[in-house]
Design a protein around this ligand. Sequence first.
Ligand SMILES: [Zn+2]
Ligand SMILES: [Zn+2]
Length: 286
Amino acid sequence: MSYISQLITFLNQAQTTDLHTAGYDKEYKGLSVKVSFGQANRAKIPWIAFVAEEQHVSNGIYPVFLYYEKYSLLILAYGISEVEIPKLSWGLHYPVKIENIIDVKRFSYRYGKSYVFRKYFLDPNKENYGLDSKIIETDLDSIIKDYHLVLSGNRIIESNRKCKNVEIKEEEEIGIEGKRRVITSISAERNPSLRKKALKYHGKKCRICGFDFGEAYGEKYGQDFIEIHHIHPLSEGNDYIERLTNYKTDLVPVCSNCHRMLHRKRNKVLSIEKLRSLLSQKYRHK
Ligand SMILES: [Zn+2]
Ligand SMILES: [Zn+2]
């Protein structure tokens, strides 16, 4: 049974001030389902949690849908309670925290420490907000499978779906400037061929220091390993709205060190030129 109809009801209600949740299914695949739009007042982030026995929303871990209205974003997350620090850990290999993709501090959003399983960008003009019931079903099933793995003591989840592309990390940046929604890398993210094109166009050397993983670690092992930095004009304070990613101008290959340095300061991403000017001659590869 797909969960989509419950989810759509939830998203519809999230557009209103109605806080009642009595009408929702109480159970899904053996897990108890908790829905919340807030207690006395409308919460900033309404959620649907799938909670196993002995786990609690206030103390535990659980798969959870979180709705970030401002971003038109629904996140299916490896949820972690915030009231109490849970004893169990998800044990993910390459976790991506929600606070890494959303400026939770700025909007004092909750659940920043929970891990992203998948994000769904919602389109209010499309049927079911553009959500695909099959995908929702598959995603929910696999995160619940992970959940059972963790609960049964097999703590390390071997195949975290988030890490399919460990080799070439994609930038994920979402921000809000004024009232405009800014999502700079959706198209890149939805379009893996953009990555390929970027690498073909820019080459696989770090644009800042010239490091070449293939050269350094051998073609057999190191080849094709490079990160992709997404230049997002938002950081330069421009007014920017959602737009297509141009792999020639927006995506730049950088090594892991330089990439970290570009993002070292939380609210300011350095420009490629700036970081290159800071880099000592000694560390420049030819
Ligand atoms: Zn570099
Ligand atoms: Zn970057």
